[in-house]
Design a protein around this ligand. Structure first.
Ligand SMILES: Cc1cc2nc3c(=O)[nH]c(=O)nc-3n(C[C@H](O)[C@H](O)[C@H](O)COP(=O)(O)O)c2cc1C
Length: 276
């Protein structure tokens, strides 16, 4: 049996459980003073394009949002689980201009492409600049679409497998808050890997390719070996290029142009083919 729960204000911290990414966002205010605070409302936005982007949501009145809107720059730092106390310290509300990091063990280091500092103790860091901002009145929120200027990891992590990197990063997973004061966390100490089943052979061989235009034979042949999930993302991009060129049919040239514009190469496609 199931029971319906009344939808109350702050339902997401009341009944609904959201496992979340835990980050500390560092920014500078207009005077160049450092601000740091925890944020979780963060997702990938554009994973295919040459300019990959992130999506973030903020309270309009937070210092972090004000700084991002004013300076156009910020850094997403992913702290390890051993720094939870320090992370929580950065959530304490302070007056404008107070650097929350002063009360923590975090060390500020220069970022590569933006002015706000990065945090040494964080094994995974993303430097961002603002691409677009949408301000909503109800509720009062700022939605930021940001360009990823740099992804920075601890040396050695780039050579690890995903499973090894998850272990090395030791990131806490946010399990939501209660009463806006009690925050729950869990840890990735039990890792399970599931493999997707191979698609039915007809789909794998590319016989049901979801195109909306006519494609030349060699262009279709070029996309056939690409796994269906990736192929679905690629096809509209290739067709957009053909439409931009006012072409009636999609040619191999359009496919090659999409690969170039998206910074895709054979090595990336091979990663999907081999499941690595
Ligand atoms: C784990 C965690 C995640 C949080 N995620 C968000 C978030 O995604 N968006 C938001 O507006 N506030 C979030 N908060 C609350 C802000 O961190 C908090 O309001 C902070 O004081 C804001 O600081 P600032 O004004 O310096 O930006 C989160 C807090 C914690 C502890």
């Amino acid at each position: 049996m199931k029971v319906e729960i009344p939808i109350r204000p702050f339902w997401y911290s009341d009944i609904w459980i959201f496992p979340k990414l835990i980050t500390i966002i560092t920014t500078l205010d207009k005077q160049g003073r450092v601000n740091a605070a925890p944020y979780s409302h963060i997702m990938q936005y554009d994973v295919m394009h040459k300019n990959p982007r992130m999506y973030l949501g903020f309270r309009l009145t937070s210092h972090t949002y004000e700084n991002i809107a004013a300076t156009g720059e910020f850094v997403i730092n992913c702290p390890p689980a051993d720094y939870l106390e320090d992370l929580m310290e950065t959530a304490v509300f302070h007056d404008e201009g107070v650097c929350e990091l002063d009360n923590t063990r975090f060390t500020q280091i220069p970022s590569l492409k933006v002015k706000p500092p990065s945090l040494e103790e964080c094994g995974q860091i993303m430097e961002c600049t603002v691409d677009q901002i949408y301000e909503l009145e109800h509720p009062r929120q700022g939605h930021v679409i940001a360009k990823i200027e740099a992804i920075v990891v601890d040396e050695g992590h780039e050579k690890m497998s995903r499973a090894e990197r998850i272990k090395a990063l030791n990131m806490p997973i946010g399990m939501g808050d209660e009463r806006r004061t009690d925050y729950f966390y869990t840890f990735a100490d039990r890792l399970v890997m599931h493999k997707l089943e191979d698609p039915p052979s007809a789909v794998a061989m590319g016989e049901k390719i979801p195109t909306t235009m006519e494609w030349d034979h060699d262009a279709l042949e070029a996309i056939k070996p690409i796994p269906p999930g990736v192929r679905k993302m690629i096809i509209p991009q290739v067709e957009d290029i053909a439409k931009r060129a006012s072409a009636k049919r999609v040619t191999n040239e359009h496919y090659l142009q999409m690969m170039k514009e998206s910074d895709m190469d054979e090595a990336i496609l091979e990663r999907f083919r081999s499941g690595g």
